[in-house]
Design a protein. Sequence first.
Length: 634
Amino acid sequence: MVGVDVALVGAPNAGKSSVFNHLTGLRVKTANYPGVTVTRASGRIEAAGGAGAEATGVTLTDLPGTYGLTPVSPDEQVVADHLAGRLPGAHAPDALVLVVDATTLRRSLSLVAQAAASGRPCAVALTMVDELRSRGGDVDAQSLARALDMPVHEVVGHRGRGIPALREAILAWHTWPLPVVPPPVDDEEQLAAWSDSVLAAVGYRAASLPRTSRGIDRVLLHPVAGVLTFGLVMAAFFQTIFVVAAPLQGLVEQAFAALAGVAAGAITQPLLADFVGTALIGGVGGVLVFLPQIALLFVLLALLEGSGYLARAAVLMDRVMAVTGLDGRAFVSMLSSVACAIPGIMSTRTMPSSRDRLATMMAAPLMPCSARLPVYLLLVGMLVPAGATWGPFGAQGLVLFGLYLLGGLSTLVAAAVLTKTALRGGGLPFYLELPPYRMPSGRTVLRTVGTTVGAFLRKMATVILIATVVLWALISFPARPVETAGMAPAEASAYVLDHSWAASIGHAVEPVFEPLGFDWRIDVGLIGAMAAREVFVSTMGQVAAAQDPENPAGALAELTRTDGPGAGEALFDAPTIAALLVFFVYALQCFATIAVMRRESNSWRWPALAFAYMGTLAWLMAWVARTVVAAVLG
């Protein structure tokens, strides 16, 4: 049976990706809200004897979550196309494993009936049975198998229970029976009667929501108390990022300082020493010092996801989203964009309305993604003293919270403008299954954080490293050994920087950004940030290292303007830092995001419009921020 393909089909949030991960050993992201698996993922299940047993191996394909086999959204269309064999490089599956949440069995039977009527061998992976019973419900898996006339296997996806038996059953898929009489899927009344008969035959008892959970939901989903709680949770979230990660960041900074000392003493060739000290340690190292905060950001997000709170936030925000002309599905995509705009934009495939998808993907890049975090941390650290407080809260954490709040509110405003101008039209009803509150799995949290931190490090080793090396070359050449002869090292580095190719580029665009208080060095950083926002931090690290290789952090804060009416004044004064922070809130500085927008919208029109309106908005809002801060400070 070479080339056998078995597809995993199930509703969103049924535990499908967890089952897939345990069966194949892969790491598809899982979460407590729909819209996470928006593309196919494939892995192999091998029979005893290993990978050489091709004849008995099975390719398992994890499909996007779907409530039925009649597609109403792009991700459900992926399911329908895969089952019909219409997708490139894949044939129609030979059999289906239906992942069914035992706590929502009644709702899932419609999908089971449609799958059974497709004429393929089917089996059921019954998840959440432990949760069903802990909440006072019950189901008899053997009776369910007889009622459905297909194998039923109880599994606990996040713990891997029942997975070995399910794996063996999948390898023996050709033994699964076909129903003698297919379920009645063409008549809604008959289908409902069939579902009732199945539930009665298996002695199904629905789970009840614990009284504690109902009490918590009365607060968290309240239109006033819920919003206030959400604000407090987010404020504590950003306080934690600064307070907890600060000691770890200090250790990383010390490690890079020690490495710089070792490199300076060991490398005698001047150009190589400058490359290692300026580009690698000053540039790349300047971004890596923020790795503890980035890791902690994803730890906190994984905990909020795993607990079930973020699904409540989506329901809570459905009322807010209604003002923008969108619904809670759009908020789920925007929430995904906090990690990165790319998966947020891709998750719009779960939205059945093309108008809502476009409006969401056009606004989602304004959400404060993790790529902005190193820039925010660098600039907020220069703007606000570390020990400053406002009441019981650290001032740095409050400023960071304010930046994230500004990005979030701006996303909503942008979506509202789009749905009332370029993308008019009505939306569709919003439906979201609320998961019960759960204690997040430590393994899942670590896996999620490991995956995201690994992605950040790969980005550091590719995009950011390449951009940093290119910027180092622009900053270091053309070298002028004759002019710098006899100068002190710091003076010679500053001279080379001021007469470099980077300086020429920066001076060329300086008139555009001069009203914002940016000089040519900041402008070069903004240009480099088009590859990845973090490159701004590495660029500033290189500029500072060129000024003072032994103390780049101190040198950055002490940079002064080299020309114009403000020559000799501090470059990073409060108005300029405020303008930079606001600029990064709004600017679309990510080529990868633009490319994904092009792919998802199937047109260059929408990413071009997004780049133009966000760039214009970034310039105008940065000018307002600079003007206001300058006026307040007198």
